[in-house]
Design a protein around this ligand. Structure first.
Ligand code: ZN
Length: 366
């Protein structure tokens, strides 16, 4: 029967396969106004072993107004399940950095997250907050143990992405080198929402959106073990949609799934602030050196939650900002012209709304 399939049909089938699992905004069953997932980004960890401008020169090759959602520390059914439902209702795909012992404690929840099409990365076996001071043997046991635990629950190594986030972002060169030697991509982030602190859900949403707006794109760090994150998520998703952001789903390259073609400069977060009008007011350019320095300082100042001692360990922000990291005029114009709502207010949901959002969850958990 194959001889009756036209080349056009083959092309359509190939296109459908290429985009399967990628829900576009407006193409979300039962939710025509969904945020959606605009595209899938396939990355090769061996070529870009460390990403996230909170700690590294490189970040994911995102376009302006693209965002990657990440959730750490789960699975914890009480919060992961409603968070998963909210993401699925919006056809949003995220990356979950799971703790091995949490996966062992809540294996069915992990299987649900993976079956829903989200990417599963790992976050060590028991979440030690001293990897920068542990022996390499201890670190290897934590890293390998976390991967083994998630793999055992999911039953297939290919269901665990070679993506790892170091607990507390307490990096060390030794740990990073080990991860790189195993072909694992170390994920920092571009901005947190401080959702592990005792702040309100409204504040979590405000920090998530305002920090994203400040950078224009990037990897957002959240935690799916926190009530406040669960409560804040509908606001975050709604604001992403209202402000024209597009969610990108990130998956690792495999022999059957080639990496998304990118240019080296795309792996750098362009500064948003240093747009300088020149001459006739119609042309813009970046000031490469001084402004990049300022941008980095601003980035660090925006994350007071990360202990300063973290910044002092090793070459946290090595000076490898690409000299070729200049954007085209179109991109610069899009930054200049992108609307920044000035009247936005974050409010706590009403009691009834919170009960609806939070399901049967009780008091905020710590
Ligand atoms: Zn963590």
């Amino acid at each position: 029967m194959a001889r009756f399939i036209s080349p056009t049909l083959v092309g359509l089938i190939a296109a459908a396969a290429l985009f399967s699992g990628t829900a576009r905004a407006g193409d979300c069953p039962g939710n025509p106004d969904a945020l959606g997932t605009s595209r899938t980004l396939v990355v090769d960890p061996t070529q870009h072993p460390r990403i996230g401008t909170m700690q590294y020169p490189e970040t994911l090759p995102l376009a302006d107004h693209e965002v990657v959602l990440t959730f750490d520390d789960g699975p914890l059914t009480k919060h992961t399940k409603p968070i998963l439902a909210m993401l699925d209702a919006q056809c949003v795909k995220a990356t979950f950095f799971v703790v091995g012992k949490m996966a062992q404690a809540y294996p069915e929840m992990l299987r649900e997250v993976q079956a829903a099409g989200h990417t599963i990365g790992t976050h060590t076996l028991s979440h030690p907050l001293r990897m920068n001071r542990m022996s390499i043997d201890q670190n290897m046991a934590e890293i390998d143990g976390g991967i083994a635990a998630a793999t055992a629950v999911l039953g297939d190594p290919s269901k665990v992405a070679p993506f790892l986030r170091i607990p507390g972002l307490l990096r060390s060169t030794e740990v990073e080198d080990y991860l790189q030697s195993k072909g694992i991509m170390t994920w920092s982030a571009d901005f947190p929402a401080d959702d592990w602190h005792r702040i309100s859900p409204a504040r979590v949403a405000q920090l998530a959106i305002s920090r994203l707006e400040a950078k224009g794109r990037g990897v957002l760090l959240l935690h799916d073990i926190q009530q406040r994150t669960q409560t804040a998520l509908p606001t975050i998703l709604r604001e992403l949609k209202a402000r024209g952001y597009r969610v990108v789903h990130v998956v690792p390259a495999t022999p059957d799934r080639p990496k998304t073609p990118t240019q080296p400069w795309q792996w750098h977060l362009h500064p948003v602030e240093p747009v300088i009008a020149a001459g006739n007011g119609m042309r813009f350019s970046f000031a490469p050196q001084t402004i990049r320095g300022t941008s980095k300082q601003n980035a660090m100042a925006a994350i007071p939650a990360i202990p300063q001692k973290t910044a002092r360990k090793g070459p946290m922000l090595s000076p490898i900002w690409g000299t070729a990291a200049l954007a085209g005029d179109d991109e610069i114009m899009s930054v200049v012209l992108s609307p920044l709502p000035k009247t936005f207010r974050f409010v706590e949901p009403s009691g009834a709304a919170m009960r609806n959002l939070a399901g049967k969850s009780g008091a905020p958990a710590e």
